[in-house]
Ligand binder design. Structure first.
Ligand SMILES: Cc1cc2nc3c(=O)[nH]c(=O)nc-3n(C[C@H](O)[C@H](O)[C@H](O)COP(=O)(O)O)c2cc1C
Length: 314
């Protein structure tokens, strides 16, 4: 039996928000580390929801790491100061985001073609030795050679780990993950390395683990949104029974719903929209009619009826 690797829940802006993370940890678990979606500066300040999302008072998961995205040392330092003020000792730096609006300003994977800018940004890491840093990155913006050129810079830094999603920024989420290029980076990288990308089943985890025996962990995003039990099933080496899955999912749904119902002030429509995102990636293999009724519900009332029908299915 290969050893069980730590599973990291990837940050997903708009999905793995604080209420989702709390509910997931309480109802499913199996995760070693959760990450906040990236915090960024908007017109020099912070977005309220980002500040709420990292506030330790709102977070109930055992191990949470806040993530920042910035194109420069100064901006990154400002966000880091917020994390330090909130008491965090571990921080992740995003060098993987492919969104063109951010990438064109050298945020996320947009910085990868520019080794000097990467070096300046990451000098933050040596300036704050009291913080344990990780980076989450892609192969490059348009060429997988980019990460190999960055390897000497990255290797010099006292990093806790590197998370690699083996796609290019310009690909967004299209095409296949490039496992050959991942291997080349693994050979060049001296830090503990975590694989991230297109893991949708326990078999996928085992396959990646076999192919890359030196890995320090696996990070999963959309696969966990689709099957919140995935990490638990991997850890316990068993698939959840239908009834057990339903029970856990129902309590997770209730937990997310109640937290949003308490916090949101925009009425039923806002709550309805928030809850619909909960279902966007969830259980794509479930009964299509039941899912469609949820996705298409036009009022909170209709949504609640659709949910009831979903959880009452045999
Ligand atoms: C809607 C969406 C939002 C995302 N937000 C973030 C983010 O805030 N920070 C980050 O590092 N990655 C973000 N990602 C990338 C994921 O963390 C992950 O790297 C990517 O989805 C590949 O992993 P997966 O195939 O397991 O989902 C996002 C991805 C998606 C689809």
């Amino acid at each position: 039996m290969p050893k069980t690797l730590p599973i990291h829940f990837a940050p997903l802006q708009g999905y793995t928000e604080v209420f989702y993370r709390n509910a997931h940890a309480a109802c499913f678990g199996g995760i070693d580390t959760y990450y906040t979606p990236f915090v960024r500066l908007e017109k020099g300040g912070f977005r309220h929801r980002d500040v709420r999302g990292i506030d330790p008072g709102n977070n109930q998961v055992a191990h949470l790491i806040p993530q920042l995205i910035a194109p420069s040392f100064e901006k990154a330092e400002k966000i880091l100061s917020l994390f330090i003020e909130k008491g965090y000792k571990e921080v992740d730096i995003n060098m993987g985001c492919p969104f063109p609006m951010l990438a064109k300003r050298h945020n996320g994977s947009g910085i990868l073609p520019y080794p000097e800018e990467v070096q300046t940004l990451l000098s933050l890491i040596t300036e704050y030795p009291q913080i344990s840093f990780s980076i989450k990155m892609r192969l490059g913006w348009e060429d997988p050679e980019e990460c190999l050129k960055l390897a000497p810079i990255i290797n010099e830094l006292p990093l806790r780990q590197v998370v690699m999603h083996p796609r290019l920024g310009k690909q967004q989420y299209k095409g296949e993950v490039d496992l050959k290029a991942f291997e080349a980076f693994q050979n060049a990288c001296k830090h503990p390395l975590i694989y991230n990308g297109d893991i949708n089943s326990v078999e996928d985890i085992h396959r990646i683990q076999e192919q890359f025996p030196g890995l320090a962990g696996i990070m999963i995003g959309r696969g966990l949104l689709a099957n919140p039990a995935l990490a638990l099933e991997y850890r316990q080496n068993r698939a959840l029974e239908f009834d057990e899955m339903r029970e856990k999912l129902q309590s997770m749904h209730k937990c997310v719903y109640n937290q949003y119902a308490e916090q949101l002030e925009g009425g039923d429509e806002q709550l309805l929209n928030k809850m619909k995102t909960f279902w966007e990636y969830l259980m794509p293999q479930a009964d299509r009619k039941l899912l469609k009724a949820i996705h298409k519900s036009t009022s909170l009332n209709k949504y609640n009826q659709a949910i009831l029908a979903f959880f009452n299915q045999r």
